[in-house]
Unconditional design. Sequence first.
Length: 233
Amino acid sequence: MGRAETPATLCRIAPGAVRSCIGYAARPMSLPVAGRGRYETPEGAARYAARSPARGRVEEELVTRALDALAGDRMLLDAPCGVGRMSRLASARGLSVVALDASAAMLERARAQGVATRYLRADLAELPLRDGAVDAVLCFRLFHHLRGSEDRRRLFRELARVARRHVAVSFFHPVSFHHALRLAKRLWGVRSMRSVVTLGRLRAEAAVEGLRLERWWAQAPFRRDLWLALFGK
Ligand SMILES: C[S@@+](CC[C@H](N)C(=O)[O-])C[C@H]1O[C@@H](n2cnc3c(N)ncnc32)[C@H](O)[C@@H]1O
């Protein structure tokens, strides 16, 4: 398997899709993402790939609902793609997928599946894509690693810039048994790297960046904290 493309190599392959050819490693504007380091090594990528299949299936069901709602969209940016499980799902549903992640180790595993038309190593804060380059963006399992409103808005702005029609993001909702358990564990000194946000607040943050909430789904309302929201432009 070859190496993942950097913006510089993509520039040669698809000049129309690329905004800048400055190398990924030189970019100073990276998005602060809690726990990002654990995805950077081959061992970390292997651990993520080996997550519970049952948990994975439930998450795939959630994403499938959003993919079903992308009627008419043809090109999807899966960012971050991680080891590529949602790229595989989207490709199987007939979407042409651009897969992007900051971690070389995660991307290498995603690339081994060979389902996306492009694999890009880049930071979500500065996507190496032109405005409106794709129809839709899927950002799954990242927002809960952001610090708060300002970073969420910053990411919404960048996702909305490259998406022509839709932006789907997952987030963790505070009203759930799962979150209550996490708060309780804090009393025993167990720290969590997850942040939560209500749908109303997320809707308001996205609205400032020109996105309006179309639909949303919860993995298991009031029990689990993972939700998925679909925004339109
Ligand atoms: C929890 S995984 C989710 C991956 C995938 N969406 C999934 O659900 O399988 C988070 C991913 O975000 C990537 N990541 C973290 N910070 C990033 C950033 N600033 N830009 C691009 N990718 C980033 C990590 O490398 C990791 O692969």
